[in-house]
Design a protein around this ligand. Structure first.
Ligand SMILES: [Zn+2]
Ligand SMILES: [Zn+2]
Length: 348
């Protein structure tokens, strides 16, 4: 089969790789019908992290084959794969922290038995712990809702985690830092949770437009101190009730902490990279600023968000601004890297 292989910084191609097979009785083999490039895939692509080889972790597809112990999905089912695999039954999974599953893991790396788990950007993937991981989408493989459903694999679940962690509730005010797909999904999630005022920091008019479609009430085209000052002014000098930190850098953290009111909460989902100086604990102490969040347990949120997408009440699909065949994967990464596209959908 063909699958995306990262050879080094800036070098990715769709290569011939071995077809996956059932390696454990809890495995399922998925024929991937839609997948996508994630902002976090850009870290190894840029050489910020040293990863090589198979890549991708957001996909949807049709079950081809199942191991003898798989009960919840059958060949022919269209399924959504959350961005990590998890068992669904260990103490951490039962508590809802599926990304901390005691026996789970990441796509593109060997499983606990040393057998490679395929990356999510390819024609097929072996999914370990299929019962705990996969969620049946209950639609045909070519349904119009596929792009919206694909966001439940990561970005919509992650944006939702940011909003939940920031304590967004009806009537509240929230500021969203980050206008990538996750930040935009945090806007949509905040609107869904009933926020009255959603302030988005964006200097890209095309992204600000999507943010407004998703429910943003105010766009601040600034960064850093200037952005904090603008949020303070928009909120009567107090600050927002919550901030969704969807970037993960020192400056985005400083903005998030500066933009919330005394007693406010930063919900963070940006993968921390280059947060060198630590958090300003004394300022946070003085103003009772709370911090919640981390890697999003999207598997926990998936069933509820799935129902809303299928009911037509939730549509995160506008985050996909370009669709390409797998053979063009290099163009997809380049377009995400240059921020020419918000998120690229790949059809294997
Ligand atoms: Zn992702
Ligand atoms: Zn588990």
């Amino acid at each position: 089969m063909k699958a995306a292989v990262l050879h080094g910084p800036g070098q990715i191609s769709a290569d011939d790789v071995p077809d996956p097979g059932i390696a454990a009785p809890t495995d399922a083999i998925i024929k991937i019908t839609a997948c996508c490039v994630c902002g976090s895939d850009l870290w190894p692509y840029r050489g910020v992290t040293q990863r090589r080889g198979r890549i991708g972790h957001e996909f949807i597809g049709v079950v081809q084959e199942i191991g003898a112990e798989v009960r919840t999905v059958r060949p022919g089912d269209v399924v959504i794969a959350p961005f990590v695999y998890s068992c669904g039954s260990c103490p951490n999974c039962r508590a809802g922290w599926t990304t901390s599953c005691l026996v789970g893991g990441d796509y593109g790396f060997p499983d606990r038995d040393g057998v490679l788990v395929d990356g999510g950007q390819g024609e097929y993937a072996r999914v370990p712990l299929a019962d705990g991981t996969l969620v049946a989408a209950r639609v045909p493989a070519d349904d119009d809702s596929i792009p919206a459903l694909l966001t439940l694999s990561d970005v919509m679940g992650t944006g939702h985690h940011a909003a939940v962690s920031a304590g967004v509730r009806p009537g509240g005010t929230v500021v969203v830092i980050g206008d990538g797909a996750v930040g935009l999904c945090a806007v949509l999630a905040s609107a869904r949770l009933g926020a009255d005022r959603i302030i988005v920091l964006s200097t890209h008019p095309d992204r600000a437009l999507v943010a407004e479609t998703f429910g943003a009430t105010d766009i601040v085209a600034a960064r850093g101190h200037e952005a904090v000052a603008a949020v303070q002014e928009l909120t009567g000098g107090v600050g927002a009730d919550g901030a969704c930190e969807c970037v993960g850098t020192g400056s985005s953290w400083a903005t998030a902490i500066g933009a919330v009111r005394p007693g406010g909460t930063v919900g963070y989902v940006g993968v921390p990279n280059a947060v060198q100086d630590g958090l300003p604990l004394r300022d946070m102490f003085d103003r009772n600023v709370n911090v919640r969040g981390g890697v999003a347990p999207t598997r926990r949120y998936l069933p509820v968000l799935l129902d809303e997408v299928l009911a037509g009440a939730l549509d995160p699909s506008p985050v996909f601004t370009w669709s390409i065949p797998l053979a063009d994967i290099a163009k997809g990464y380049a377009a995400m890297d240059s921020r020419a596209q918000i998120k690229v959908l790949v059809r294997p």
